[in-house]
Design a protein around this ligand. Structure first.
Ligand code: SF4
Length: 95
């Protein structure tokens, strides 16, 4: 499979819901128009284009977790996880 086929196949398999919103987001990501679109597209793909699943993702080790779409405003949990991460990476003194 060449590059064109690979990209076309992938694009054609993106769920065509919300008036093609997921596909449009992938388009913006793959053409390097938006890093936010890239993060959103990756999370949506990861959760099989299930809006609610992305919102509820609990894989806190994922490097995209703090940036995943569909979050409420900054939650206490995200702040807590970030503080723990700072501690284990040496960004903050251990308590
Ligand atoms: S943050 Fe969650 S939904 Fe997004 S890529 Fe990581 S594991 Fe998947």
């Amino acid at each position: 499979m060449n590059d064109i086929e690979q990209l076309r196949n992938w694009r054609n398999n993106i769920h065509d819901t919300y008036q093609g919103a997921y596909r449009k987001q992938w388009d913006r990501a793959i053409t390097k128009k938006s890093m936010r679109a890239a993060v959103n597209a990756k999370c949506q793909e990861c959760m099989n284009w299930q809006y609610a699943e992305v919102k509820q993702c609990n894989l806190i080790h994922c490097p995209l977790w703090q940036y995943r779409p569909n979050q409420e405003k900054e939650s206490t949990r995200e702040a807590e996880i970030r503080e723990i991460a700072k501690t284990i990476t040496g960004d903050a003194p251990e308590k």
